[in-house]
Design a protein around this ligand. Structure first.
Ligand code: UTP
Length: 292
């Protein structure tokens, strides 16, 4: 079985839920304390042995490309102050993986964005990391999915149970239990943005899918789905219906950086962990908690 060394990060959405800021700074570059969201994704992938990452972008998102480059001006300024640890951190980010960029020229949906990556992927299995979904976990979710792929040799989707309101915004999966498995189920169908009564279960795909290259022929034939967009879920659904895939209830906490509340929560969680901000932030939260 081929090892997984490639990932795609679709980051070409308009981010309308994060307006007005997203009109000037794309949501994937919004900070979680001092690191942009997309950097967490690239570091998660690299930690699992992924060496080549294609970020799908669009107009106005050049700042992502600059971020993964070296920063000679900052390095010179930091060297003058003997701040060598900070220089090392900047270099570490620039060298995390081979990061490639490709434009999705029209914002036609997640399925369409992934379809642009066919020649980058070639014949290899790969992981799609949704550009605004950051997951904090002891073991990176990409690695958790790779384990399931190695065991079953079929596509794997990362899932969690979600509330009825969330289900109608995401997807709902039809799954069967597998003997001896706690967190892995066999998935034979799914629906994107189900209306009330159309749900299969409360399990929804959140943020990561591991796919095989046969998905590209299906994407090429897709019709527009929910919201008039080419939905990746509709393509994965065809594979699930024809030959089954696996759903992994991953370990970890996922934050939707495409939403205001997800952005705020992720910053509180990481702000509390950060050595520079943790103590003061904790005292501040306790103080305002008494007042609200
Ligand atoms: P979302 O639906 O969360 O992103 O797509 P969006 O369209 O930017 O969100 P809103 O509703 O306008 O706020 C999930 C991921 O897929 C990417 C987005 O950038 C996001 O990371 N995406 C979405 C694309 O790359 N291309 C698309 O055409 C749509």
């Amino acid at each position: 079985m081929k090892r997984i060394t490639k990932a795609i990060i679709p980051a070409a959405g308009l981010g309308t839920r994060m307006l007005p800021i997203s009109a000037a700074v794309c949501k994937e570059m919004l900070p979680i304390v001092d690191i942009p969201a997309i950097c967490h994704l690239v570091e998660e992938a690299a930690a699992c042995g992924i060496t080549d990452i294609l970020i799908i972008t669009n107009r106005g998102k050049e700042i992502m490309e600059n971020f993964f480059d070296l920063s000679p001006e900052y390095e010179a300024a930091l060297a003058a102050k003997a701040k060598y640890d900070e220089i090392d951190r900047l270099r570490e980010i620039a060298n995390t993986a081979n990061v490639y960029f490709l434009r999705q020229k029209e914002t036609l949906g997640l399925g369409h964005a992934v379809g642009r990556a066919r020649s980058f992927i070639g014949d290899d299995p790969f992981i799609v990391m949704y550009g605004d979904d950051v997951i904090f976990s002891d073991r990176p979710v990409c690695g958790q999915m790779m384990d399931v792929y190695e065991k079953y040799g079929r596509p794997v989707v990362a899932v969690k149970p979600v509330s009825p309101e969330e289900l109608s915004k995401y997807s709902s999966l039809k799954v069967e239990p597998i003997e001896g498995e706690d967190r892995v189920t066999y998935c034979t169908d799914m629906i994107e943005k189900p209306k009330a009564g159309e749900e299969f279960s409360n399990l929804s795909i959140l943020g990561r899918v591991l796919l095989t290259p046969d998905i590209f022929d299906i994407i090429d034939e897709l019709d527009p789905g929910a919201g008039g967009e080419y939905q990746l879920t509709d393509a994965i659904k065809q594979i699930a219906r024809e030959s089954g895939i696996y759903a992994l209830e991953f370990e970890g906490d996922r934050y939707d950086l495409g939403s205001k509340i997800g952005f705020l929560k992720a910053n509180i969680v990481k702000g509390l962990e950060h050595p520079e901000t943790g103590g003061e932030l904790k005292a501040f939260i306790k103080k305002i908690a008494e007042e609200i």
